[in-house]
Design a protein. Structure first.
Length: 116
């Protein structure tokens, strides 16, 4: 699932699209749609013979920390580390959907000692 883009308007190849979506002035509208897509579609994907663990990347990359991004829409090394920790925690805890609000990305013990 997609993460939220950076809410801060900085130079980016994606600014035209983000502006057309009104993300620059009302990011909460696009974020709501991304959450609904996750809840109603992505988290309900079933693949026969496999366990699908839905992972809402908008929790670790919630758009509020510009250091998580490059060009507003691509994860930076810092953002990539947050996503990796979130993936590891989700896979190892196997908690379904994780759709509730979180205030920060989990810090996996499996990532300790690694730098962004």
């Amino acid at each position: 699932m997609i993460y939220y883009p950076d809410e801060k308007v900085t130079p980016s190849w994606a600014n035209t699209a983000l502006g057309a979506l009104q993300y620059n002035t009302h990011p909460e509208k696009v974020q709501f749609l991304l959450r609904k897509i996750f809840e109603e579609a992505s988290s309900k994907i079933l693949i026969e013979g496999s366990e699908v663990i839905p992972i809402p990347l908008f929790h670790p990359l919630d758009g509020s920390d510009s250091s998580d991004y490059v060009a507003r829409v691509e994860p930076s090394a810092v953002g990539g580390k947050k996503m990796a920790e979130f993936f590891l925690d989700a896979i190892h805890s196997q908690s379904p959907a994780m759709v509730g609000p979180v205030t920060s990305a989990p810090t996996s013990s499996l990532m300790s000692g690694r730098s962004a």
